[in-house]
Ligand binder design. Structure first.
Ligand code: ATR
Length: 276
């Protein structure tokens, strides 16, 4: 049987085995997809787990926190997306080599544009955060042709460095949180910070939201986070969490490994928990 797995720590609540199991069923593929707890010790425990999985005939891996940077580092070849994110969320073992990809950003874009039917072309987009999650979203967002993409981070230097790295790739600029009140409304505001994981709110003013626009929270399964609550209070009707992104990045990985892109709608419906 073809073998795949997701590695993370903790991995107990991962939805990836369920998602890939549903994809395989729908596509008529026979495969085994496991959740593997990545060891934090010894220091090379993660790398050993990857190499052991490959040695046992594994064909591909999904990688989640906190191993995305290490997965990127151990690969032999890296896609441009993964390189810009500095992180890998999927590995493929092919011809004795380890290939690294990062489908988080493309999954996010697809969820927003296809599932939520919120095309980014010509729109004003605000992205909060400059960590791995935000980095992964930048190129896919720029490729969608927004009127402008504004990047905001508490540590302003990190946002400025990212903008410099992407110079010439599209209408991207960075603004501090304190300057956002002067920026008017955005059609799409994406929270790619990790603030919601600790119940915190990034210092974003309510004036950035447009009632006819969309607010997107990358975290999922947290209900209405402080960020989504703020958006709701500002009158935004289109609020979403990251469950669709999770399923879409999984579909990209499945297609990369198996050559067939599975349908995602039914799987997203099955995993969606109402936000209220
Ligand atoms: P991830 O991989 O989820 O992106 P990360 O690389 O650790 O995680 O990055 C976390 C991001 O969330 C950073 O952009 C961080 O901002 P700083 O770079 O200024 O630290 C952001 N973040 C975390 N908590 C936040 C908070 N309470 N308010 C605003 N931004 C926050």
């Amino acid at each position: 049987t073809d073998r795949y797995a997701v590695i993370g720590h903790p991995i107990g609540h991962s939805k990836s085995p369920l998602i890939h199991g549903l994809f395989a069923q729908a596509c008529g593929h026979t495969l085994r997809y496991e959740a593997l707890e990545g060891p934090l010790t010894p220091a090379d425990g993660f790398e050993r787990l990857v190499h052991d999985f490959r040695a046992q005939g594994g064909l591909g891996l999904n990688i989640t926190a906190p191993f995305k940077l290490r997965a990127f580092a151990l690969a032999d070849e890296r896609s441009e997306r993964a390189t810009l994110a500095g992180a890998a969320n999927a590995l493929k073992f092919e011809g004795g080599r380890i290939l690294a990809e990062n489908f988080d950003g493309i999954g996010l874009r697809r969820d927003i544009e296809v599932n939520l039917q919120c095309p980014l072309a010509g729109r004003r987009v605000l992205l909060l955060g400059a960590g791995g999650a935000a980095r992964g979203a930048l190129l896919p967002f720029l490729h969608a042709g927004p009127a402008e993409l504004v990047l905001t981070n508490r540590d302003e230097a990190k946002a400025q460095a990212l903008v410099a790295e992407l110079a010439g790739r599209g209408p991207l600029r960075s603004r501090p949180y304190a300057a956002l009140a002067a920026e008017g409304r955005f059609d799409l505001v994406v929270n790619a910070t990790s603030a919601s994981l600790s119940g915190q709110l990034p210092p974003v003013p309510a004036s950035v939201f447009s009632p006819t626009g969309t607010a997107y929270e990358l975290a999922y399964g947290k209900g209405l986070t402080p960020f989504l609550k703020l958006a709701r209070q500002a009158g935004v009707r289109g609020v979403a969490d990251g469950v669709g992104m999770l399923v879409e990045q999984a579909a990209e990985a499945f297609a990369w490994w198996r050559g067939v892109r599975p349908a995602t709608t039914a799987v997203i419906d099955r995993l969606t928990v109402p936000l209220e």
